[in-house]
Ligand binder design. Structure first.
Ligand code: C5P
Length: 312
């Protein structure tokens, strides 16, 4: 997998035919604090965006149809969150009496699937944000977040467009400014299905609730809390355990790390937060040299604002 970090400091206005970013996220911590009657888990987490991710571009159609124009291995078009997001927006527009022309969607998939980096959710959010502009459907950001929640628990934070402290299933958001950091992200050669981790019997589901004030403004923000999903992923996926162990070993011999390595989301990716891009690059190179072939990784800078939302 080739991931090219893109520095996306300028707000972006959606245009037909222009590649638009769908950034990755990591979870700086993730606590499971309960479970809803429908089985979904109540979380407390901090989402941070990265300055790398997938890219999407859109073409106009006049026949009202939504069509993905490229193959994405392992994701049939009809199940793709991108296609479902576009159709959901078109249906919501129709309810309001707005006619939309349709769209073609091309997805340049760079983020791993089952990686815990929010790739599919971010793609869906970019579809909602971009087509709301391109179709001139005029939904507010809150309305788009509500549509996004129907597609997945991680979609609203990408639509909201700010790094955030999240509660509920991930949809109750309070935006945050986070300290600068560069992340060495290791992608183990395995895909972790989120439901497998959340349905594990041994998962800790009763972490004590924290307050945003416990976290916000902390200099040692990256050391706060833990990822409750990590122990389950480590025990079931040796590739995740090995990536974490190697990253921890490398981290011990490097100065400039902000916290011990951690897993993002439900895995498989693990990351080390570093004080500079060069430290992160050293950590990544040393870790990949010790890991079996098939492992990959990248360095990305933390970003607090989604470039598509900065423009709206
Ligand atoms: O929302 P999303 O489709 O990403 O979630 C995938 C699965 O992960 C859900 O079907 C559910 O089993 C589990 N999940 C959960 N609690 C959450 C988020 C996801 O139990 N807050």
């Amino acid at each position: 997998m080739q991931i090219t970090p893109e520095l996306l400091s300028q707000p972006i206005v959606a245009q037909w035919g222009v590649w638009l970013p769908a950034p990755a996220k990591i979870n700086l911590f993730l606590h499971v604090v309960g479970r809803r009657p429908d089985g979904y888990h109540l979380l407390q987490t901090v989402f941070r965006f990265l300055d790398c991710g997938d890219r999407l571009r859109f073409g106009p159609r006049q026949d009202g149809l939504v069509q993905r124009v490229n193959d994405v291995p392992g994701v049939p078009a009809e199940q793709d969150l991108c296609v479902r997001a576009a159709r959901l927006l078109a249906e919501a527009a129709e309810v309001r009496g707005l006619a939309v022309g349709g769209a073609t969607i091309e997805v340049d998939k760079r983020l791993p699937m089952g990686g815990g980096l929010g790739g599919g959710s971010s793609d869906a959010a970019t579809v909602l944000l971009a087509l709301n502009q391109l179709w001139q459907t005029g939904f507010s950001n809150d309305e788009l977040q509500a549509l996004g929640l129907q597609l997945g628990a991680d979609v609203p934070v990408f639509v909201g467009g700010r790094s955030a402290f999240a509660e509920g299933v991930g949809e109750a958001l309070q935006s945050l400014s986070l300290p600068p950091a560069w992340y060495a992200v290791v992608v183990p050669p395995v895909s972790v299905p989120t439901p497998v981790i959340f349905s594990a019997e041994e998962l800790t589901r009763n972490s004590p609730r924290v307050k945003i004030s416990d976290f916000a403004g902390l200099v040692a923000a990256h050391e706060f809390g833990r990822n409750d999903l990590q122990a389950v992923a480590v025990s079931r996926y040796p590739e995740v355990a090995e990536a974490l162990a190697v990253l921890a070993q490398v981290a011990n011999s490097e100065s400039g790390l902000l916290a011990p390595p951690r897993m993002s989301g439900s895995g498989a990716c693990v990351f080390a937060a570093c004080g500079s891009a060069s430290v992160a690059q050293n950590v990544l190179s040393s870790a990949l040299a010790k890991l079996p072939s098939g492992s990959s990784g990248f360095v990305a800078q933390g970003m607090d604002v989604h470039p598509l939302v900065a423009s709206s």
